[in-house]
Each structure stands twice: as structure tokens, then as C-alpha cells.
Design a binder for this molecule. Sequence first.
Ligand SMILES: Cc1ncc(COP(=O)(O)O)c(C=O)c1O
Length: 360
Amino acid sequence: MSRPTQLTIDLQALCENARTLKGLAGPRGTMAVVKADAYGHGAVACARALSDLVDGFAVAITEEAIALREAGIELPILVLQGPHSPEDAQVMSSAALWPAISSEHQIDWLEQLGARFDQVWVKCDTGMHRLGLMPHEITSARSRLTPHSVNDIVLMSHFADAEAPDSSLTERQLRRWVQVSDASSSGSFSNSAATAGQIETWESWMRLGYSLYGGSLVALPNGYSLKPVMQFESRIASVRWIDVGESVGYGGRWVAHRRSRIASIPAGYGDGYPRAARDGTPIGTQQGTALLAGKVSMDMVTADITDLPALEIGSPVTLWGDSPCIDEVAGYCDTIGYELCTRITQRTPRRFHRVTSDRD
Ligand SMILES: Cc1ncc(COP(=O)(O)O)c(C=O)c1O
């Protein structure tokens, strides 16, 4: 490794988060969402680490599921987008995946193929208006799907606004969910925000993504906390003093109002650090928080370290992880931590901390 920029993925923290969330969830089954390479954390490593703790995995598309199967993952895998073609449905059936069905034409494909699955999930559009059958279509969809599902048909829906307290959209979705669900059958509604925010809903499965990785858009109940799984770290590569009135970086956005000491860190948007980061975005160091100064470039970020005199070339920095956490950094970039962790590029090496669980 020629430069010190890297991601450390703490699989122990991932497992602790899973235990914490299961503690919040009671008897519900846990579907760990590992799409988009486990939100940038490494799907195969995360799925292996979680295999004894969760009841299944969810991915967006078939290729993601096949990669997990090829890596030896045997737990159920739900494909959230369902089949995109009859051929896709055939692959799902051959790999023993669970399709999430959200349209009549997907049901047509299953009928044409005579495809059979251990479980089929049927998605109801309760108000997100992205995917899913409308509530009045669910009864007929369920009966058309019955021959294609050996064990269970699980009704699912997805919250559009679970992180907002007292959301009228959430209330509307919950009303429709109650109308369409039949308490004797299986259901899945909650994502991370609904689980962490303890939105009360009828369901047998929760689908957890972001919170497993230690991020949260809502405060957890007292006594519960999550640990960041991803540490995005580097070391200072260059330090210089600049005079009052001098600027830093492209376009001269940050201007020194006092004589200033500037550190350059070898990580930029080519590594996944967001170019949208504003001046003042926190960067963690062992001496305290340094503040981003100047536009992020492809391979570098620059920070004002005038008040942190002990920092020098080689001092470690945390771009996000324990401090600052990814949600805090995202706030300075007008985005959410979900986007930051999934946009880490291939150039950034990933190092996994192994799980030391009971079975090790
Ligand atoms: C259909 C569906 N279910 C569950 C999730 C998991 O959501 P979260 O990462 O907020 O837990 C997602 C994520 O986008 C999703 O699209």
C-alpha cells in the first residue's frame, strides 16, 4: 500500500449492532440488507460475519445475490427489485432466491415459467410510490402467487419517511398497511429508521440496512447505541504555513483570515470523500477536530490545523468513523451517510477486522 488512506471494516461492531437491533426488535425475524456491497462495507465479508445472527439477507438485484451464493452464503436471500425479465426470474428460481414481486408483469413471468420459490414476497405500495402493487391489487396478486410459493407469501412495504417524527406520510402508510395486511400471514415493513424509532407496526420480519453498519437517521431509545463499522482513515502527507489573504485549493474558496497552518491529506473524491463537503467539515485527529479548508480535490483534502500544533506529517486522521461519525460528515455535504459509504471507490483499500464470536 503506497499511501496510508484506507477503510477499516470492524466486523465485530457489525455483529454487536445486529445484536442491539435484534434486542430492539423482539421476536421479529431479521433480514440484513447487504445490497450495494453492504452499503460499501463488503457484502461477502459482512454476510459471512452475520450468518449466525440474522435470518436472511436482502439485496437489490440478482447479481448481488448470486455473488453471495458463490461465496457460500446459504441463508435465504431476498431480491428486493424482483425479476427484471423472465430469464432473471429463472436464474432466481435456480439459485433458490426469494423474489420480491411488485408488479403484475412480474407475476406473468412466474406463470409463464411455472417458477417455484421457497418464499415469495409481495410488495404493496402504501405511499412511497416507487415500487409495489396498489393495496386493492394485493388479494388477487396473492392468489396468483400461491402456486409459485412453496412455504409462505410475505406481504411487504417500505416506509418513505420513517426518520421524520410525527410524519403524516408515515401515518398514512401505516393506515393502509393495517387495511391490507392480514395478521395471520407474514409481513415486513420496518427499515432501520422505523426499528430504531420504534414505529409500532404489525410484521414478522424487519429489513435492516444502514443501522447494522452503525449509522442512524434517528435517535435510538435510551440504553441502546450502535457502533460505526466503517473507519475511513488516512495520515497527513504535507504541512505548510500560509499568510493572511492566501487561499487554499481550487477556486480559492477558503481564504486565510490569520496566518494558517494547512495540512494535506491524501484522500479525495477519487477515493469516495465527497466533493460537496463544505469548509468546516470536521476531520478527526488525536489532537482534536481539524476543519476542512478548501474544495475537495480528486486525490486530496486540505484542513486548517493552526490550532492543533502537535499535528505533523504522518499524524493519523479520521475522515469518518468513531469521530466524526458518518452522519455528521454527511450533514456538511447536504447528503446522508448512506450515500457516503456506498460511494467509496475501488482505489481505497479495505481491511477487515475479524469477528471474535463464540464460534471462533
Ligand atoms: C426495500 C428496502 N427495504 C429495506 C431497506 C433498508 O433500509 P435501511 O438501510 O434504512 O435500513 C431498503 C434500503 O434502501 C430498501 O430499499
